[in-house]
Structures are given as C-alpha cells and as structure tokens.
Ligand binder design. Structure first.
Ligand SMILES: Cc1cc2nc3c(=O)[nH]c(=O)nc-3n(C[C@H](O)[C@H](O)[C@H](O)COP(=O)(O)OP(=O)(O)OC[C@H]3O[C@@H](n4cnc5c(N)ncnc54)[C@H](O)[C@@H]3O)c2cc1C
Length: 381
C-alpha cells in the first residue's frame, strides 16, 4: 500500500500551500475581528481552479480527484477556516449541479462559477426546525404553469449573501417525507428570493451564514435540478464526500493548532527551561501529533475509496467524527500550552479553538455519525 500522495496531488498541494501561506493566512486574524468576507482571496482561489476542483475541465473545472480536494481543504483550513468553509460550500453547490444538472444547467452555472464570474455558491437544505432530520423540511414548491412557486425559510446558509446561485430544497408533495422533496438551482437576484438575518457566530466569523427567504419565488422548469421528488437524493449524493471534506477541514485546523502550540512551547520559558521540555507539554504534543496522523489516514482512506467508486458511508462517518474530535482536542490542548495567552486573541490558537468547534456539528453532527457507524458495524459492515 502506497501512502504517499500521487505526484499531481503533491504539486497541487504545494501551490495551494504557498497560496495559503502568502495570501490567505496573513489577513485571517483581521478578517476574524471584522467579519469581512474573503472576497479577494476567493477571487484568487477561483483563478487557481479551487471553485470546481472535481468539476470536469469541459465545464471550466479542475477535473481533479477527491484526494486532491481533501488535500486542498487541509491546506486552506490550516491558514483560515472561514475561507475553507466558503470554498467547501462552493464546491458542494458545484457538485450538486455536476451530478444532477442538465448540460444546459452545467453550462449556465458551472462554467461562470469556475471562471470566478460568480462570487460563490450556496446549499440551502437546513431550516429553522430541521437540521439533522433534513427530510422534515417544510419549504414548499407549488406547481404553477411551467414552473413552481417556492415559499419558506432556509437556515444557516453558508455563502448565502454572496452566492451567484443556490441549490435549494423544497417540498413538492406535502407529507411525502424524503420522496416529496425536489431540488432547484436559483440564481442570485431572482424575485422573491432574498437574504434574511445574518448569524453572529462564535467562530468562522469571516464566513457568511444567513437565512435565505423565499416569498412567492417563481422559478421555471429549467431551474429544477433532477426530477421532481429526487431532491433528497440530490442532497444526500454528495454527503459522504462532504463529510470527508469536513474531516479534512478539521484536520487542517488541528494541524495549525499543533504548529502554534509547538512554536509557543519552544519559546516560552518556565522554571529555567522552555516549556517544550516539560513532560506534560511533550505528552500533549505527542498525543496531538498521533491523533492528527490517524485522522489523516482516515481522510485519505475515504477519499481514495471514493475515487475508486466505492461506497464509503461508514468510512466517511468514521473520518468525520474522528478527525473533528481529534482537531477539537488539539485546539484545546494547544490552547492550554499557551497558558493565559491562549485565552486572548494575541495568538492564532484562540481563533482556531473557536473555529474548530462547529466541525462537530455541521454536515452531520458527531452523534449522527456514531448512529451511521453503529448501524453499519452491527449490520456486519
Ligand atoms: C456555521 C454553520 C454553517 C452551516 N452551513 C450550512 C449550509 O450551508 N447549508 C445547510 O443546509 N446547513 C448548514 N448548516 C446547518 C447544519 O448542517 C446543522 O446545524 C446540522 O445539520 C445540525 O442540525 P441542527 O442545528 O438543526 O441540530 P439538531 O438536528 O436539532 O440537533 C440538535 C442535537 O441533537 C442531536 N441529535 C439529533 N438527532 C439525533 C439522533 N437521531 N441521534 C442522536 N442525536 C441526535 C444532534 O447531534 C445535536 O447534538 C450550518 C450550520 C452552521 C452552524
């Protein structure tokens, strides 16, 4: 078994690492303070091909593998988690159109997105009263002539205010459960589709999280993504890959936490020596390094299996729960290594500690991942 990255992925990683170091990281603390959306950084990311990493070249994408995607996510998240989540959702929106869109929809939405003509994409599944239980969503899409009229509120929508298009899920059959849901791709500026309240989050503060509100929003049939009633399948199709992607995001944050902790421990002196020489600090560093390496192996396993066309529901859940929890522990331990300085925003560890927390919640909370793993294992998987 070869555990080194293929050469083309290494090349991509090296260029993204340089971009993350030179362009993304320097303004991360400032954007965390102001909450400014990383507009210019994302423009440059699009130019590097990071808006449609898995989108085929014929639609303007990079046509790279899932392994390439997780490698990019780790690098960007190590520099700025807010930028990473914005990019992740852009790629998620692109992925839905890629899998279920018609050729005309791909040309209309993917090509300008990958070119950077659209600032972002959004994925509108969650609602105020449905998150983990996504099939309980209540937004409606009523048939009307050659189109649909949409009503409802979407909650926690990353990139919502900046999205050139949003993939939106609404109910075409009342009480139809998961089978009554249909997906649409709605361009920015469509009458009746507007940005609602912006959330003020503990972390990921320079990512955009808003409500998206539909009030008699009329879309014609050309904006339906997939068949009527296929919406839940559209939402779930990219989920396993999305979970491995979040695992990679968390891994990047955990890696950054470790790097910050080690740097600080080598400089800080107590009782006549650097704290890096203290056994307790060495234990923190050793445990963190081990767990992050294990997380990376789970991330790479999931990505590689997906690239081979294998089903990875169990492996994706394992990667997500393990990596996000390992990264959370990494941030906590490395904050401890900083002592009081870890509790103020003079050092990046305070931001990483806040940013990493949400990775255990979105794209399937840890509790849901454990249900998935438990079911798979008891079923003999
Ligand atoms: C910053 C941020 C960005 C987000 N971006 C997006 C986005 O772009 N698009 C989008 O559609 N959504 C987005 N989300 C929503 C996110 O996916 C949901 O928050 C997540 O799915 C959890 O749903 P919930 O918040 O409604 O919690 P709930 O589903 O209400 O869960 C509450 C608690 O109950 C537990 N729980 C629920 N069901 C079970 C069960 N069966 N077994 C055990 N425990 C259970 C959960 O694990 C959790 O601990 C985002 C959220 C955040 C915070």
């Amino acid at each position: 078994m070869d555990l080194t990255l293929p050469e083309e992925v290494q090349l991509l990683r090296d260029s993204v690492r340089a971009f993350a170091r030179d362009v993304v990281a320097p303004s991360a603390a400032e954007r965390d303070r102001t909450g400014a959306f990383p507009t210019e950084i994302l423009r440059q990311a699009a130019a590097l091909g990071l808006y449609g990493i898995k989108v085929p070249e014929e639609y303007g994408g990079t046509g790279a593998s899932m392994l390439a995607y997780v490698t990019v996510m780790e690098e960007i998240a190590a520099a700025c988690a807010s930028t990473a989540v914005s990019l992740a959702v852009i790629n998620l929106g692109a992925d839905c159109v890629m899998r279920f869109g018609t050729d005309a929809q791909k040309k209309r939405f993917l090509t300008p997105l990958c070119r950077g003509d659209l600032q972002a994409a959004a994925f509108c599944l969650s609602e105020p009263h449905s998150g983990s239980d996504a099939a309980a969503l209540q937004a409606t899409a009523r048939r009307d002539g050659n189109g649909y009229v949409l009503n409802g509120t979407k909650q926690w929508i990353t990139n919502g205010a900046h999205a050139g298009f949003s993939v939106v899920f609404a109910r075409t059959t009342p009480d139809g459960g998961a089978k009554g849901i249909t997906a649409f791709v709605i361009p920015q500026g469509t009458p009746g589709f507007r940005v609602g309240k912006e959330e003020h989050k503990m972390g990921l503060r320079s990512s955009n999280t808003v409500q998206m509100i539909m009030e008699d929003c009329r879309v014609d049939d050309s904006l339906r993504l997939g068949a009527e009633g296929q919406g839940f399948e559209v939402a779930m199709a990219g989920l396993d890959g999305g979970r491995v992607g979040i695992a990679a995001q968390a891994l990047g944050m955990g890696r950054a936490a470790l790097q910050e902790g080690v740097r600080y421990a080598k400089e800080r002196k107590a009782f006549g020596k650097t704290i890096a020489d203290l056994g307790a600090v060495q234990d923190f560093i050793a445990d963190t390094a081990m767990q992050l390496d294990a997380a990376r192996l789970l991330v790479w396993r999931g990505a590689t299996m997906l690239d081979r066309g294998l089903r990875i529901t169990r492996e994706a859940a394992m990667a997500k729960v393990f990596s996000t929890e390992a990264a959370g522990r990494a941030a906590d331990r490395m904050l401890q290594v900083h002592g009081g300085y870890g509790y103020v925003n003079d050092f990046p560890i305070e931001r990483i500690y806040r940013d990493v927390r949400v990775t255990r919640i979105y794209e399937g909370a840890s509790e849901i991942q454990r249900v998935v793993i438990g079911r798979a294992v008891t079923a003999g998987g």
